[in-house]
Design a protein around this ligand. Structure first.
Ligand code: SF4
Length: 751
């Protein structure tokens, strides 16, 4: 094991802050800052700083557990693995492969996500695999693919943010979710740029903004349409850009013109002067960006909502140009990579589509199987969980805790309890693991090596820094052992680098091409990583989307604009981009070769063309529609959900850290003083929040920083304060994202 400090990355969110782990004389490790890592420059939030506490937690699992007589009891690894293999084999023989479900997580490394997807399709032969990243940013992914032909969280590095002119941040509270990222926005304002924050709550992020708009939850789509209406009405459309680089403008324009400002004001509660000021701030600078997060995405119209914000960027020429563009701030540590390499229901490695014959042939060849043996696309995450106990009779769960994190959680908990067989790999006995028939104790981030892909599309190497406790095995070892027991002796290596080498080949030529990336390259220099696509043969490699174009039988369309304001050409005196990018970044961000002839990766996408068949971005005409559940006499208040800085997702890890629990010990109901007065509630009073799906109880937190028609609850806790008991699983028709962000409730003083 390393005796000196090991550079690595935080296990939690998609910022993937750089840190180092230094061995302690007493055993274990401590976190050391890594100021040389360009994204966070040494800064960490409390979650990252305390992450080693989970490694040595007194509730850490170190022995497999097997259910016997109604209780989970310690077992040997052989007994536990044999039981899983026997149950999967039996159920498959009796009911078919699709009776076996697999559910992954956005925190799994690329290697694990890849191996899990391959395990499901090659070993189990099931189509029933999806992951909790579906709950995170799948609407942004769907909208990005529709508009640009490709989904990568940010199509530019975070370091571009301080040098643009205006950022509209829609539904992101990054001051709490990823605090080190706030510096990019502070620098933006120091440089003379402006920040507009759109959020129903006056969050810590909104407090930093030049302008804060607080729309009614579920109306972000109408808001974007109203802004586009004003852009047209005020003559601010970049007609040349629209003509040269886009298609579909007339239909999108017509849809937006039906959303006049006064109408939008009535829907959203955002005043017409605020709409006009937003348009002014966004359109006056040479460059501007729109960034979305879970607020607009976790809606039953999330894909259309993100599409409307993309339309705003396209109409004003703010996409595929330096320092301009649309981006999604992905949430989970490897939410991006997790969906690129095969644990999503409809995808194969390299962001290939499972229903694409050429993609199936390519991946099947790498896997050494017949393409026809690969199952087709399966159900989305909520639909898969909802099917448990009916036609999906067993589940292998890796890196997720849906009893807390799924919408309509009491129902999902009941579905999980009705399974014939549940196997869970986890580091602690999460609320979902506690329901399992077999629990396997697995290694954590610092005890294993692997790659993740950050919200920038930056592929990073997390390195092993200490030895795992005795009795613990890695997820890759689990898959290797289970595959062997189910008759597949080869193809599931336990060394992460070996898995990555196969992933490189499987991704080669795909949209998310990693073939030019290796562990050696990721370990070089300050470990700043490489941005995909990074083809091994840059000069001969297709541009993103070229494979899809070729399969469609259509030739390339006209090239996009070039020479129209490359990095460094701003006329306002702000610094350009040359020379200060991360490792492997070329001056203009295009794929290219480093000085030694190796591919450099692609920090900035779409500068010459979009990844569509004709190279043009596509406007998608969208119209406002209400949330799936609107307030009425029985449920007159809107509920929205989110996060707090000291907890992460379902809290399976962070609720085991004393310092974080002290800072954020439990859920609360945030409400406006006017609503509190109507209820007769005082600060700290227990409030019952009731929706059509159930009831949650938590203390009142009264603040003027929320709309009077809305209450907010964070979602990190189980039990009576579990807000996902209330949330609505209404799905977006394209992304199948549930509507976490808005549902109708009534609020009462709890008995
Ligand atoms: Fe950085 Fe996110 Fe980890 Fe906090 S949780 S240290 S913001 S990666």
């Amino acid at each position: 094991m390393p005796t000196t400090s090991t550079p690595t990355h935080c296990p939690y969110c998609a910022l993937q802050c750089g840190m180092a782990l230094s061995p302690l004389p007493t055993g274990g490790v401590e976190v050391v800052e890594r100021p040389d890592f360009p994204v966070n420059r040494g800064a960490l939030c409390g979650k990252g700083r305390t992450a080693p506490a989970v490694l040595s937690s007194r509730v850490r699992l170190t022995t497999p557990l097997v259910r016997s007589g109604g209780s989970l009891v310690p077992a040997t690894w052989e007994e536990a693995l044999d039981r899983i293999a026997a149950e999967f084999g039996r159920l498959r023989a009796e009911h078919g492969a699709d009776t076996l479900g697999v559910f992954g997580g956005g925190g799994l490394t690329n290697e694990k996500a890849y191996a899990l997807g391959k395990f499901a399709r090659v070993v189990l032969g099931t189509s029933q695999i999806d992951y909790n990243g579906r709950f995170c940013m799948s609407s942004a992914a769907a909208a990005g693919i529709k508009a640009f032909g490709l989904d990568r969280g940010l199509p530019f590095p975070l370091e571009d943010i301080p040098r643009t002119g205006c950022v509209i941040l829609v539904g992101s509270n990054l001051a709490e979710t990823m605090p080190p990222a706030l510096r990019f926005f502070n620098e933006l304002r120091e440089n003379g740029g402006t920040l507009v924050v759109i959020d129903p709550r006056r969050t810590k992020t909104a407090e930093q903004a030049d302008l804060h708009l607080a729309p009614r939850p579920g109306t972000d789509l109408a808001l974007a349409l109203g802004l586009l209406h004003l852009i047209v009405a005020e003559g601010r459309v970049d007609e040349e850009y629209v003509r040269e680089r886009t298609t579909g403008w007339e239909d999108a324009r017509a849809a937006a013109m039906a959303h006049w400002p006064e109408y939008v004001e009535r829907i959203t509660g955002v005043s017409v002067p605020e709409l006009r000021e937003t348009v002014r701030l966004f359109c006056e600078p040479e460059a501007a960006m729109v960034l979305t997060a879970r607020g607009p995405e976790q809606q039953s119209k999330g894909t259309d909502t993100v599409g409307a914000w993309i339309n705003l960027c396209l109409a004003t020429g703010r996409a595929g140009r330096p320092l301009s563009g649309y981006g999604c701030l992905t949430g989970q540590g490897n939410g991006q990579g997790g969906r690129e390499h095969g644990q999503k229901a409809d995808q194969l490695p390299g962001y290939r589509k499972l229903d694409d014959p050429a993609a199936r042939r390519h991946v099947a060849e790498v896997w050494g199987v017949d393409p026809d043996s690969l199952p087709g696309p399966g159900r989305s995450a909520y639909e898969l969980l909802d099917a448990l106990g009916s036609d999906v009779r067993s589940l292998l769960l890796m890196g997720s805790n849906p009893v807390v994190s799924a919408p309509r959680a009491a129902h999902i908990e009941e579905r999980i309890r009705s399974l014939e067989f549940l196997a869970v790999c986890d580091v602690v006995l999460s609320e979902t693991a506690a329901l399992a028939d077999v629990v396997l104790p697995v290694t954590q981030w610092a005890e294993e090596t692997g790659t993740t892909t950050s919200l920038e599309g930056r592929v990073l190497l997390r390195r092993r820094a200490l030895t795992a406790p005795e009795g613990v095995r890695s997820d890759l070892e689990v898959l290797h052992e289970l595959a062997a027991r189910l008759g597949v002796e080869k193809g599931f290596p336990t060394e992460p680098e070996e898995v990555f080498e196969e992933l490189r080949r499987a991704s080669a030529g795909g949209v998310a091409d990693y073939s030019g990336i290796s562990y050696d390259r990721l370990a070089e220099g300050n470990g700043a990583g490489l941005f995909w696509p990074c083809p091994a043969e840059t000069e001969a490699a297709p541009e993103p989307g070229a494979e899809a174009r070729a399969q469609g039988g259509e030739g390339d369309g006209p090239q996009g604009l070039e020479g129209d304001g490359r990095p460094g050409l701003e006329g306002d005196g702000r610094p350009g981009l040359e020379g200060d990018g991360p490792q492997g970044l070329e001056g203009d961000g295009r794929p290219g070769l480093e000085g030694d002839g190796r591919p450099a990766g692609t920090p900035r996408l779409f500068l010459d063309r979009f990844a569509t068949e004709d190279g043009r971005a596509r406007f998608v005409p969208v119209s406002h529609r209400p949330a799936a559940e609107e307030p009425d006499d029985d449920y007159p208040v809107l509920l929205t959900t989110g996060r707090v800085v000291a907890q992460y997702q379902s809290g399976a890890q962070t609720r085991r850290v004393d310092e974080l629990n002290a800072a954020a010990p439990g859920p609360f109901v945030e409400l406006h003083p006017r609503l509190a007065a109507r209820l007769g509630a005082a600060e700290g009073d227990p409030l019952a929040v009731v929706s059509r799906r159930g009831r949650a109880v938590a203390p009142a937190r009264i603040t003027t920083g929320i709309r009077p028609d809305t209450v907010f609850m964070p979602f990190h806790w189980p039990g009576e304060g579990r807000v996902n008991t209330l949330t609505n699983p209404a799905l977006d028709p394209t992304s199948r994202m549930p509507e976490f962000k808005v549902c109708a409730v009534r609020v009462e003083i709890a008995d």
